[in-house]
Structure formats: structure tokens, C-alpha cells
Design a binder for this molecule. Structure first.
Ligand code: TYM
Length: 334
């Protein structure tokens, strides 16, 4: 039976990239009536420093974003990772299955660790094995993610296959990454070769789901572009990453193809295109941020919803992790 699992780190405000590449697609999967489990991965967030109070409010804000975007906690399981012990527990077990050489090849660690690899936390290095645990603890079959998480889902498949092979079992299904839609990699507004990220030092590089209409318009107005007018089709934008990114964002928001957007703006400059882009962005995001504010007015209710989600998540994951321990040779109390 298919089961969807995905997660988002509550390490800052969620961005337009998270919305188009992930959250919006989480809602589509829920609407298809598939079993969906969505996790705010606070244990992943602390692999880099998080102020404790900020982490708590970012986690509530992310929960509010999920619900405002259309995740219904009665139909999807919505919870924060640290409340369900299976994640940390299976994470350890899988640390002993994953190989150092595999971890060393993870490009995200190389980027985040960079020249400072001696000073980053041990958790940042083990991060992809914890992500594998998140996925495998639910016997997940499909993982909707943006392009940047593809390598981590492939690592998860390698870990599952090695576990099954080493212990001679068919226990963990190999999960499929589901990377689809027009916006699997939304780029920074300041640099068309870098992805839009919650953790970019420049707030001008991203649209946050909490930004108001004026801020959204200003960020698009100041977005880096070239001076050429827009061409009639995407093929002519291969060497213009910033322009390509803005057209992609427009198309993803309006539900049109990129070429349909370009056929309307052909020959026009960014002075015309950017305000139109801001308008479609505000039309999508303003209702979401308004609903987020309503949810955030009652943080105790958010905490209650996350607690209920955690209880349901535990019912699925606890027996899978207990069985994993048993397969590995550990004594279970009965
Ligand atoms: P995170 O928090 O960086 O991003 C959450 C989701 O948003 C997608 N995404 C983007 N998509 C398009 N354009 C962008 N600029 C962009 N930025 C982010 C990501 O691909 C992701 O789908 N390691 C994960 C969280 C995680 C997870 C998991 C995901 C932990 N455990 C288990 C799936 C399954 C992460 O850091 O995502």
C-alpha cells in the first residue's frame, strides 16, 4: 500500500521554494486520498545552532503554514519529529548501517560544512541517516521533495537495501523520490545559480510565506535580472538563469506553461514583468499568510494538533522500529 512521507525543517520562515517545490504538492497528495505523513523535522534543524525560543515559534509557524496551505490534520498526520521517539532511535540503528563513504559523498554536507568541516556538529554529518530513518520508520513508498533532496532519498534507498541484504529480510520497501511539477528548484532572487533557501543570510534572496504584499512586490522589484527584454520561448533563456527563474515562478504560480507566460510578455522588459509577477504571487500567498495568522493566534491549539499527530505517528512507527531492533538481534521486553 502506498504511503507518502515528507518533512520540512523549521529552521526559519518557510519560503516560496518550500511552498512550490514541496508544500503545495503535499496538499495534492492528500487530496488524492493517499495515506500522508508530514513532519516538521526539529531534530534536523538543531544540526546547526537554533535559539530555543525561536525554534519553538518557527515550528508553530511551519505547522500553521501547512494548515494554511491546505493540510488537514484529520486526513494527514502532521507532527514534529522530536515528539516521536522512533526517529532518533531508528536514526541510531541506521547510523550503523550507513557507510562513511556514502556520507562523504553527500553534496549538501559538503556545501554546508564547507571549509569549516572540523567545526560543524556531528549531527550535521549524520543528518542524511536521520532522514532515512524518518522515511523508513513508516515503511514509506513515495517521498515528494524538491530537487535538492534527491540525493538524500537515494541514500535512503541504499541504506534500506543494505539493511535488507545484510539481515536477509525483505523488511524496508525502497522509497521512490517524487520530484515533479514546474518548480522543483526555485532559485535565489539575488543569484540565479543558487537555490532559494530559508537560511540564506539575505532576506532579499527569498519570498517568505509570511511576507506582506508590499514586501513581496519590493523583493521582486529588486530581484537581480539582466537588461534584455523577454523572448517568446524558454529555449532562448538557457543562458539567463535569473530571467528563467522568474518566468518559472510565474508559471508555477499561475498554473500556465512557461511558454504561455512568455508569449504574453514577449518583447517586454522586467519593468513590466516584475509587477505582474508580484501580483500573481500576492494572489496566491496573501490568503495563505492570512490563514497562518489566524492559526498562530492560538498556539496552544497548534501544540494540541501536533501532539495528536505525534500519537498517530507513533502508532505506525513504534512497531516498525521494534521489529527493526528484533531483526538486528536485540532483546525486546514483552
Ligand atoms: P528543507 O527544509 O530544506 O526543504 C523542505 C522541502 O522544500 C524543498 N525545497 C525546495 N523546492 C524547490 N525550490 C527550492 N528553492 C526549495 N528549497 C527547499 C525541499 O526539496 C524539501 O522537499 N532534509 C530535508 C527535510 C527532511 C525530509 C525528511 C524530507 C528531513 N527528513 C524525510 C523528506 C523526507 C530538508 O532539509 O528540507
Amino acid at each position: 500500500t502506498p504511503r507518502i512521507f515528507s518533512g520540512i525543517q523549521p529552521s526559519g520562515h518557510l519560503t516560496l521554494g518550500n511552498y512550490l517545490g514541496a508544500l503545495r504538492r503535499f496538499v495534492e497528495r492528500q487530496e488524492e486520498g493517499i495515506a500522508t505523513v508530514y513532519c516538521l523535522v526539529d531534530l534536523h534543524a538543531i544540526t546547526v545552532w537554533q535559539d530555543p525560543e525561536a525554534l519553538r515559534s518557527q515550528t508553530r509557524e511551519a505547522a500553521a503554514a501547512f494548515m494554511a496551505a491546505g493540510i488537514d490534520p484529520a486526513r494527514s498526520i502532521l507532527f514534529n519529529q522530536s515528539q516521536v521517539p522512533a526517529h532518533a532511535e531508528l536514526g541510531w540503528l541506521l547510523n550503523c548501517v550507513a557507510r562513511m563513504g556514502w556520507m562523504n559523498r553527500m553534496t549538501q554536507f559538503k556545501e554546508k560544512g564547507g571549509k569549516n568541516a572540523e567545526k560543524v556538529s556531528l549531527g550535521l554529518y549524520a543528518y542524511p541517516a536521520l532522514m532515512a530513518a524518518d522515511i523508513l520508520a513508516y515503511h514509506t513508498t513515495h517521498v515528494p521533495v524538491g530537487e535538492d533532496q534527491k540525493q538524500h532519498v537515494e541514500l535512503t534507498r541504499d541504506i534500506a537495501a543494505k539493511f535488507n541484504h545484510d539481515y536477509g529480510v525483505e523488511f524496508f520497501p525502497l522509497p521512490e523520490p517524487v520530484i515533479e511539477g514546474p518548480a522543483t528548484r526555485v532559485m535565489s532572487l539575488r543569484d540565479g545559480t543558487k537555490k532559494m533557501s530559508k537560511s540564506d543570510p539575505s532576506d532579499m534572496s527569498r519570498i517568505n510565506l509570511t511576507d506582506d504584499a508590499d514586501t513581496i512586490a519590493q523583493k521582486f522589484r529588486k530581484a537581480r535580472t539582466d537588461a534584455e527584454p523577454l523572448p517568446g520561448s524558454m529555449a532562448a533563456l538557457t543562458d539567463r538563469p535569473e530571467a528563467r527563474n522568474l518566468v518559472n515562478i510565474y508559471a508555477a504560480l499561475s498554473g500556465e506553461t512557461q511558454d504561455a507566460v512568455l508569449s504574453r510578455f514577449e518583447g517586454k522588459g522586467f519593468g513590466d514583468f516584475k509587477p505582474a509577477l508580484a501580483d500573481v504571487a500576492v494572489a496566491t500567498l496573501a490568503p495563505i499568510s492570512a490563514r497562518m495568522s489566524e492559526f498562530l493566534a492560538d498556539p496552544a491549539e497548534i501544540d494540541r494538533i501536533l501532539g495528536q499527530g505525534a500519537a498517530r505517528a507513533e502508532q505506525i512507527s513504534a512497531p516498525i522500529v521494534a521489529r527493526t531492533r528484533e531483526i538486528m538481534g536485540m532483546i525486546l521486553s514483552r
